[in-house]
Design a protein around this ligand. Structure first.
Ligand code: ADP
Ligand code: ASP
Ligand code: MG
Length: 441
């Protein structure tokens, strides 16, 4: 079984959705097709949800009507026969009635999550009926029947596998199954999601759960590039990456993959292939347990980082001190990304500020706390980087003109993390592109 995930831009226009159908048909064997919402939809649903939570009903209604117009147009271009044109308009009608129903009620967090789910629910239905119009056999496999997260928001991989194993046999005569990316049920059985960009994660979770042959992530670029193509002018695709390398890049901001995508695939050794919907012939990137080592592979950057410095002449380096510091973060379920220590101080970085004030309040028991917001982690990745002599020299020389706040190296064999003020991020990425890859700024 192959998992083929198509992102927002790949389904964003009717002609693209039709191309996907052709692409899927050309691939022999059985596949589960995972679709995102049409591009821009989830952003708009977030906007609508925010308006509704703020009690701004008329602003929400204006956004709903505009989105509805877009969907009516989309459906009218997707289907050709009168019968399916009517089906298309019926799909749009149903989804927008539901959205308006949600908007009219007492709108809360739960309704918000249900609202966000409508993007993937509608895109998969569009695709399913498009295949039907073309007389291609397929079946919708509802993600809400098998995809789930626990009370810590962690996907329940084993249960997902068990549910899929129960569902799939009745569909074994079909080559194409279609399911929604991103959406799931939580421990209260409510509709929830895997966070923004989560359709990649869905594909990987399914692939791992059923031990698929390969997980393919089809998007609008020819694979993982050596640097952020949105920021740096000249970047190049990387043909092969190890799971560890890809995992670090995804976690540290390479938007092409949801931060957790690689984890389930790596657990069961299922290769992940990144491919370009607009250029099928391009090789893309193959992510597996194989790969070259001892060279710089890519750079990514993660924004929204907060650095917390704890200065304590009394307690630092006394045994048990770091444990007590970490316990504070554990208590508030806030992961630490980087850490650096000196004789009198320890600095850590976090990206989740939901409990920042409580965390600072408790850390103040240990010493003087300084907080720097608007920081970015620049992550230089390469399998077994330490095998390459002078890696730190090359990185530091490239960044000679940048004020570096923190450095972390040696924690994993695959990365050097550098913390800079976000205002210096663009410059840092460009300097490293020239310094490490000779590709210009
Ligand atoms: P999809 O809608 O298919 O999920 P995304 O927009 O989430 O697509 O991810 C693809 C985008 O990720 C690319 O268009 C590119 O701008 C961005 N991106 C950021 N960093 C990288 C990188 N290192 N390599 C490739 N793409 C990247
Ligand atoms: N539609 C969701 C989002 O925009 C999930 C995804 O595209 O992966 O975040
Ligand atoms: Mg994405």
């Amino acid at each position: 079984m192959l998992i083929m995930k198509f992102g927002g831009t790949s389904v964003g226009k009717p002609e693209r959705l039709k191309k996907i159908a052709e692409l899927v048909l050309r691939v022999p064997g059985k596949k589960i097709v995972v679709l995102s919402a049409l591009s821009g939809t989830t952003n708009t649903l977030v906007k609508i949800g925010d308006f509704l939570l703020a009690g701004k009903k008329s602003e929400a209604e204006a956004e709903i009507s505009q989105l509805e117009k877009h969907y009516i147009q989309y459906a009218s271009e997707l289907y050709t026969s009168p019968e399916y044109t009517a089906i298309g308009q019926d799909i749009v009608g149903r989804y927008f009635s539901l959205i308006r129903l949600l908007a009219a009620g007492s709108f809360d967090d739960r309704s918000y999550r249900e609202l966000l789910a409508q993007g993937e629910l509608s895109s998969t239905e569009f695709f399913y009926y498009h295949l039907r119009e073309r007389k291609i056999d397929s079946r919708l496999l509802p993600a809400l029947h098998f995809m789930s997260i626990d009370e810590n928001q962690e996907p329940e991989l084993e249960k997902i596998g068990e549910r899929l194993k129960a569902l799939l046999p009745s569909m074994s005569h079909l080559d194409i199954l279609i399911t929604q990316g991103y959406i799931c049920r939580n421990h209260k059985n409510e509709i929830d999601n895997l966070k923004r960009g989560g359709s990649d994660y869905t594909a990987s979770l399914i692939g791992a759960a059923i031990r698929a042959e390969e997980i393919q992530i089809w998007t609008d670029i020819d694979g993982m590039h050596n640097n952020d193509p949105r920021i740096v002018k000249k970047t190049l695709p990387i043909a092969e990456l190890t799971f560890d390398e890809a995992s670090e890049l995804a976690y540290f901001g390479a938007k092409i993959l949801h931060p957790s995508t690689i984890v389930p695939a790596q657990k069961y050794g299922v290769p992940v292939r990144l491919k370009n919907t607009m250029d099928e012939k391009a090789f893309g990137t193959l992510i597996s347990d194989k790969g070259t080592s001892g060279q710089f592979k890519a750079i990514a950057a993660k924004d929204g980082i907060i650095a917390i410095n704890i200065k304590s002449s009394r307690m630092l380096l006394a045994f048990g001190f770091l444990r007590r510091v970490f316990e504070v973060f554990e208590k508030y379920k806030t992961p630490i990304d980087m850490i650096s220590t000196s004789e009198v101080a320890v600095s850590v970085t976090i990206d989740d500020d939901s409990h920042l004030s409580e965390i600072i309040g408790e850390l103040e028991n240990f010493g003087i706390i300084e907080v720097d917001k608007n920081q970015s982690i620049i992550c230089v990745v390469g399998n077994k980087l330490a095998e390459k002599k002078g890696v730190l020299h090359d990185v530091f020389q490239s960044l000679a003109d940048v004020s570096v706040r923190m450095v972390s190296y040696g924690g994993s064999h695959n990365n050097i993390s550098i913390l800079v003020d976000t205002a210096q991020k663009e410059k840092s990425l460009k300097l490293l592109n020239q310094g490490l890859f000779n590709l210009g700024e």
